[in-house]
Design a protein around this ligand. Sequence first.
Ligand code: SF4
Length: 228
Amino acid sequence: MFPVSPKICKWPPSEVLPERSNIIKKEGLKDASKFLPLLEQAEKLFVDFSAPTGLVGEISADQFERVFEGLGQNEPQAPLREIYPKAQALALFGITLGPTISSQIESLFESDDFVLGYLLDCMASLACERAVDHASHQFADAYEGLSTMAYSPGYCGWHISAQKTLFQMIEPQTIGISLNEDFLMSPLKSTTGVLVAGPREIHGVKPGYPFCRQCKCRTCLDRLTTVQ
Ligand code: SF4
């Protein structure tokens, strides 16, 4: 149960709609102009069928320790274990684009409309990231001078099973997100984690952990350049 009621935030779909250039870059689309009509179609579907909603609640470091440790399956040297005790403020979050956009993506694949389905899927994933950025900026507004960054279970040594304690604490069910026994969320286009506000340097993570050998994204290399 959360110590203070978390705040619900809603954003118009157009506010989290990713830039076309980001989709083109992420998907490595060579002849981008060829995809323009489909990108426009996907944008229309996104605006019509997504309902970006977030739940954000501040938490103390002691309370977060329980969430972080989860079911005790984290890597021994997970970077977040070193970062969060140096934070000056922490907030749990759950964010979803709602069930309808996921059904739309599914039905495009079912009707063999693969390219449009694929573009809409990519658009929705990037939109989730943008919604996290919005939540992060809103949280950072209250902590001027600090740098805020989001961390999620399932990445960088923080085991996905920590979703269980995170869900017990913030209850993302309130905004329609559920968790199955494999710790996967429904609707699919949902994300959870912790916002960490502190001095900029605490977020500096280098890919030197044993589990980094399996990592394909290496986002730690450029994340610090994007932190506010
Ligand atoms: S290389 Fe990958 S797993 Fe390792 S710290 Fe960077 S983002 Fe995390």
